[in-house]
Design a protein around this ligand. Structure first.
Ligand code: KG4
Ligand code: ZN
Length: 347
């Protein structure tokens, strides 16, 4: 059965995933073949933590230093020989130009040296379809990406057929967590830190609502700065962070459910909303959504598939090749601003 290697270097994770496509189809979604993950190695670059955000120059250097050992480790853990690889899939955008260049050139070198096929895929599309790695979800379903770079709700009618329903007007949800952490001099990435400091704390602060259909998080920063500056006495930081976290997550939940309810009136039930991206690891979000019942079912991929990872790149590349016969050639380049068309396929 075909073995696909996925290479991910779009931002600050150097990751290689190796999967085997098993051919059997699933019960509910017959179009999507079953896969088995042979290995996944994710190296999260820690060098950025003291800078409060990703430093592009440091990210590309770190990818360059680590890509070969991450790849070797993935091959060793998978227990395969290099010649067993059938297809090399790499994310060529959107992302940081220097970082993308490392992954794409590594993939090209590998394809040339081993005389293997190569496919370049869109990183956002890989997040959108990543819930299908482990879950049997029928089309159409909704895919919500909440990461450091994106906060978007898509209607997924099929592979390659995505309709953007909601987006952020300004910051992404993960970016909001990171910026709030930076205001309080907490390390980057801020999401996991705020998540853990908020555990068991009362969200006693009221954050004003943003009245727009799309998501918007930039007002939170101003609110945080103003509140902290005007506070007399010791600042109850954990309670404040728990309130900010609740505000971000509640806003995502409310707007997503409103939009999905509006669109899905005639859809067969249950209606699936899959949630991916780093913020999908948030424990308050998980507890809130797992409690929700009724005709909407929330699906969370495994936390390792919520963050940037090579397996989702291997999965998408394999799907696009097996289902649509798509391949790239070695002349194809990085595409730092690679966009999914607002409606339909890749633009
Ligand atoms: O998907 P991801 O790994 O990378 C991309 O942005 O593509 O997401 C990283 C983002 C960061 O902004 C980080 O602060 C946020 O996800 N994040 C979290 C949590 N874990 C990671 N946000 C809230 N709660 C978490 N537990
Ligand atoms: Zn991502």
């Amino acid at each position: 059965m075909p073995i696909v290697v996925g290479i991910e270097t779009t931002c600050d994770e150097t990751s290689v995933g190796i999967v085997e496509f098993l051919g059997q189809s699933r019960k509910k979604n017959k179009k999507i073949p079953q896969i088995r993950e042979l290995s996944l190695v994710i190296l999260s670059q820690e060098i950025h933590s003291k800078y409060g955000g990703v430093v592009p120059e440091l990210a590309s250097r770190s990818h360059l230093d680590n890509i070969l050992s991450v790849f070797r480790e993935a091959v060793d853990r998978a227990g395969i020989k290099l010649q067993d690889i059938d297809l090399i899939s790499v994310a060529n955008g959107p992302g940081l130009p220097g970082s993308l260049m490392v992954g794409v050139n590594f993939a090209k070198g590998l394809a040339q040296a081993l005389s293997k096929k190569i496919i370049m895929v869109n990183h956002v599309e890989a997040h959108i379809v990543s819930p299908l790695i482990e879950n049997d979800i029928p089309f159409p379903f909704f895919s919500l990406i909440v990461s450091g770079g994106h906060t978007s709700l898509y209607l997924v009618r099929d592979i390659g057929n995505y309709e953007l329903l909601l987006k952020t007007q300004d910051d992404a949800a993960g970016e909001a967590f990171d910026k709030i952490a930076k205001i309080f001099r907490l390390p980057y990435p801020g999401g996991p830190v705020i998540d853990s400091l908020s555990q068991g704390k009362e969200p006693i602060f009221y954050f004003p609502d943003v009245e727009s259909e799309d998501f918007s998080f930039s007002g939170l920063k101003t609110f945080c700065i103003r509140t902290a500056k005007n506070w007399f006495g010791p600042f109850p930081l954990p309670e404040f962070l728990a309130s900010a976290q609740k505000k971000i997550v509640d806003e995502i939940f409310r707007k997503t459910v409103n939009k999905v309810s509006e669109i899905s009136e005639n859809f067969p039930e249950p209606i699936y909303i899959a949630i991916t991206g780093g913020v999908a690891r948030n424990s308050y979000m998980r507890s809130l959504l797992l409690k929700a019942d009724g005709k909407i079912k929330f699906v969370f991929p495994h936390p390792r598939y919520c963050m940037d990872n090579g397996t989702m790149i291997a999965f998408l590349g394999g799907l696009r090749n097996l289902v649509f016969g798509q391949l790239s050639d070695l002349k194809e380049e990085i595409n730092p601003t690679y966009r999914l068309k607002p409606s339909g396929g890749i633009g």
